[in-house]
Design a protein. Structure first.
Length: 102
């Protein structure tokens, strides 16, 4: 049985910003990025414990073929996707277990 996946609001803005940037580089590249990200979300849903912890209970999965990471929590009854960030971003922006990520 898989756990339901929920997304924090910031995930939407993370994806829109990345999509827009890739589309500005080349038509259809933004859609390819989204497809790769959805594949990573499915992998997280099927195998949530597969990826490494990066801070406390926050885990990180990589988006295939793109320099992006997905940060998420595995809770008893759900998986919470916290952010989707470029891997070169400042680690201080990475989600941490505090009130902002709950």
């Amino acid at each position: 049985m898989t756990l339901p996946v929920v997304f924090r609001r910031r995930v939407g803005s993370d994806l829109v910003a990345a999509f827009d940037w890739y589309e500005a580089q080349k038509a259809e590249l933004g859609q390819a990025f989204l497809s790769a990200t959805v594949s990573a979300f499915k992998c997280i849903e099927l195998y949530p414990d597969m990826f490494a912890f990066v801070h406390g209970n926050v885990r990180r999965a990589h988006v295939p073929r793109y320099p992006f990471s997905i940060f998420y929590l595995v809770e008893p009854k759900r998986i919470v996707i916290l952010r989707v960030l470029h891997s070169a971003r400042n680690p201080n922006l990475w989600p941490r277990l505090d009130r902002k990520t709950r």
